[in-house]
Structures are given as C-alpha cells and as structure tokens.
Design a protein around this ligand. Structure first.
Ligand code: CP3
Length: 343
C-alpha cells in the first residue's frame, strides 16, 4: 500500500506524506501552457486528455505523494443545468437559484452524469497513467459551499447572500442543501467507480456560518454524504475540509465516518495538536503565504509546523490552496524537506 494510503488509514509510516491543495495551478508555467492550449478553464476541466496532463504535471515535477483530480467543485452545478462560467479576473459566474421555481429546474440529479462524464474519463485515464504508489484523490464541494455560489450567482459576497437566504427562506434553503447532498453522493460514487482511491470534501466557506449553522449545514450534510458513500465503499478514505470553522473543528472529530480532518492556517497548531490530533488524522496547515517568501523563512516555518504535529499521524499540506505567486523552487524545497523527515 502507498505511503499516503497507509498514513490516512492509520498504519504507521516513516514520514508524513505530502501534497498540496491546488497543486496543479497557475504558479506552474507548464499549467499555464496547457491552460492556454485549452482556451478556457472549463474546456480544460472537460477535456480529459488535458485535465490528465495538468494533474500529472506537479507529480512528475515535484514528486508529491498523492495526485488530485483536475476539475472544479462548481462543475456539478453546471451538470445540474446551472450555466457556470469562469470569467478572467472575476472568478465564477452562474445563474442564481433562489425561488421554488428555480429549484424545480435543477431537480433532475441523474442529469449530472451527461455533463460530468469527461470528469469520470479523466479519473480512468489518470488511474492508467499514475504509478501504483501515487493514489488519486477525487473530490467534491460540500453542499453549503456549493450553495453559496448557487444562491449568489458569483463568488464575491456569496456566503453573506447565502447565509441571509438560509435565515429568511429556510425551507427553500434546506431543499437546496438536500438536493446538493444527493447530487454529490451520485457524483462521488461515479468518481470511485472510475477509480478514485480517496475522496476529499471541500467546505471552503464553512467559516461564514455560526457554530449552530456549521453543525447543521456543514457537518450534517457532509456526514450524510460520507456515510452513504461509505456504506457502498467502506474502504475509500475521506478527507474533510471545513475551512475556518474555529473551535467547531472539535465537533468534526466526533464523526467516526471520515478519516482525515484538513485544517486551515488560522487555527492554533498547539490547540490542534492537543485537542484534535488525538482523535483524527490531521492534514494541513502551512500558510500558503510562506511559499512566496525566501527559502530560509519558509524553512523555519516548515520546521515549526512539522515539530508541532510530530506526535501523531499527519499529512503535510497547506492551510488553503497554493496561490499563483508561489515560487516553484519553494514547492521543491517543501517536498524535499518532508521526504527527508523521520517521524
Ligand atoms: O490541483 C487541485 O487542487 C485540483 C483542482 C481544483 C481546482 N479547484 C482547480 C482550479 C480543485 C480541487 C478546486 C476546488 C475549488 N474550486 C474550491 C475549493 C477549494 C478552495 O480553494 O477553497 C473552490 C472554492 C473552487 C471554486 C473556484 N474555482 C473559484 C472561486 C475559482 C476562481 C478563483 C481562482 O482561484 O481563480 C476557481 C478556478 C480554478 N479552479 C483555478 C484552478 C486551477 C484557476 C483557474 C484558471 O486556471 O484560470
């Protein structure tokens, strides 16, 4: 079994595995070339040859211990029939869904597979091209984070709009969350059937909710997704990333169904090590900012992070996605440093 799978299944390993959120992305000249060839971000996501190519680029260049499928969390909304676009310099733009009549338009969950079949093809291609020791991570956005884009129609202020909607139109909001939960279950099952070895769920905007709302609209739907998929595929490990949920990370540790809890860079590492690590395998939480800095500054922070987390199984990663201004040589520095560790 690969180092990464061993670690996240709780089997002792000699060092932490390492991979990065957004490891295929705009900080890499190779990515920018392929992206140009594709013409647009969505073309890249829906072209399984090119999506395979960009998924493999950081694996070949740096030697990460896991690959993450190249796609986007918003594709499932496109699959449901919401017209999703990525506008240069503006981020995602989609047709907002708010009323009962709008919800009616996206109720046909089975429909997602038509649009998303190239994603399943990418998973298949990757499984045939990746070395056996590099597992493939499939993923989906959590229902709440998807809802922030769906309800607001664009990225900016999405969580504010969606949170108001949650309070003011709770019945419609819950219908949206339930629908997204069911669609995500279908989507993940197809990724696993195509060959994904691990699944990660991104709740990037969970931190906009208060603690009661986190439990009800982040944790609960995620728990439902993991439980349902695991009832069919009990051996597929799940990584859950409820970003910036502060002390409610503790509540996520009580959920037995998933395997790894990914933590953001704002959470105190001493608190994580004391309160969370004894209960869950932790992934994170280097501040991506350090990848834009001088090598000696980065190295100092790397030492701090790995020292604080050294007493339990741990997956090295960032607290959020790598930024386009990260230095390529810093990514090599991190991977080489982690590969040289003895835990
Ligand atoms: O390497 C990987 O991590 C795999 C691919 C991946 C992408 N997005 C590629 C991408 C993954 C796992 C995601 C997840 C994703 N997408 C999240 C959750 C993680 C997080 O960052 O919080 C979210 C919220 C999205 C939605 C999204 N996608 C936004 C808001 C944007 C625009 C803002 C931006 O960063 O440009 C994207 C675009 C996007 N997704 C890019 C990449 C490489 C950049 C687009 C480009 O090449 O032009």
């Amino acid at each position: 079994m690969s180092l990464f799978l061993k670690c996240i299944k709780g089997i002792p390993v000699e060092r932490p595995p390492v991979w990065f959120m957004r490891q295929a992305g705009r900080y890499l000249p190779e990515y920018k070339n392929t992206r140009r060839k594709a013409g647009s971000f969505l073309n890249l996501c829906y072209n399984s040859d090119l999506a395979t190519e960009v998924t493999l680029q950081p694996i070949e260049k740096f030697g990460f211990d896991a690959a993450i499928l190249f796609a986007d969390i918003l594709l499932i909304l496109d699959g449901l029939g919401v017209n999703v676009q990525f506008v240069e310099g503006q981020g995602p733009l989609l047709d907002p869904i708010k009323s009962k009549a709008d919800i009616q338009k996206i109720k046909n969950i089975e429909k997602i597979h038509l649009k998303l079949s190239p994603v399943y093809d990418t998973v298949k291609k990757l499984k045939s091209e990746l070395p056996a020791e590099i597992p493939l991570i499939g993923f989906a956005g959590a229902p709440w984070t998807l809802a922030t884009y769906l309800i607001n129609g664009k990225g900016q202020q999405g969580s504010v709009t969606a949170k108001k909607f949650l309070v003011e139109n709770n019945e419609e909001f819950e219908e949206i969350i339930n629908l997204l939960t069911e669609a995500t279950i279908e989507y993940l099952i197809m990724q696993i059937k195509a060959g994904a070895d691990v699944i990660k769920i991104f709740d990037s905007w969970a931190g906009a909710l208060n603690a009661d709302m986190v439990r009800r609209y982040s944790l609960d739907p995620i728990n439902r997704i993991v439980s349902r998929v695991k009832s069919l595929y009990p051996d597929i490990p799940f990584i859950v990333f409820p970003r910036s949920v502060n002390t409610t990370y503790s509540d996520f540790c009580e959920i037995k169904q998933f395997d790894v809890l990914a933590v953001d860079q704002f959470l105190d590492r001493k608190w994580i090590a004391e309160k969370l690590q004894p209960k869950k395998i932790i992934q994170g939480n280097l501040d991506p900012l350090f990848l834009t800095q001088r090598g000696d500054i980065l190295l100092k922070e790397l030492k701090n992070v790995t020292k604080d987390f050294k007493n339990y199984p741990y997956v090295f990663n960032l607290g959020h996605g790598i930024t386009p201004d990260a230095k390529v040589e810093n990514v090599s520095l991190v991977v080489d440093y982690i590969k040289g560790l003895k835990f």
